[in-house]
Design a protein around this ligand. Sequence first.
Ligand code: ADP
Ligand code: ADP
Length: 229
Amino acid sequence: TDIVRVEELYKTYEGGVTALDGVTAGFAAGSFTAVMGPSGSGKSTLLQCAAGLDRPTGGRVFIDGTELTATKDTPMTKFRRTRVGFVFQDYNLLPSLTVEQNTVLSLRLAGRRPDRTRVHAVLDRLGLGDRLHELPERLSGGQRQRVAVARALVTEPAVIFADEPTGALDLRSAREVLTLLRSIVHDHGRTVVMVTHDPVAAAYADSVVFLADGRLAGSLRAPTADAVA
Ligand code: ADP
Ligand code: ADP
């Protein structure tokens, strides 16, 4: 079943640029999907609209049975904070908060108890157990992005949206973060939708959806282990 579904999505920005021109797509629970396409094809816009960070001009968005496009701003913000995780290219960590505090904040924003045991468990799992009290500026890019993943993961969201999560990383850190995203899906049953223009990054996903000029231009499913064997 699809945990995220967009139906006939249109987005025209002020000034008249049509970024989405009728996109219908579903993202299955427990899947890792890459959204690819040339620069300007509408990838970020699709992600922003699907995640409830922006409103489409037309069409409908469903996450885990809730129609975001029928939800007013305040409940939509609440829904985002409790049910959706985000990972961005530039990490978006709060610079004055430690690794632990950044992760606790995500729980607080979701209205959850700031359960330190839980926060430590997530950070441990992501290899940050010895960095709890560091500020982001003291971390490498790969470590910062792992904190961003921890922050997204700690609230146990229905889906994690990642927009070019490896765009600012060297290849080694990029592969580390991608391996992490894969294991979140395959070992922990989470759902990840990742925008990327990088074929190396897309190769970590189970399927790829291609956009061109704001339209779906095709999709690919990675061969399963069974099919390869
Ligand atoms: P991609 O992520 O594939 O590079 P985007 O979704 O960022 O594509 O952009 C799709 C189109 O919408 C582009 O032509 C871009 O210039 C335009 N666009 C994106 N954001 C805005 C905005 N806030 N205001 C006006 N035009 C925008
Ligand atoms: P906004 O006020 O724009 O709705 P929030 O107050 O919900 O944003 O979030 C504040 C900051 O915390 C943002 O930078 C956002 O990226 C980050 N954030 C909030 N919730 C999450 C989450 N579940 N996963 C990742 N980052 C989050």
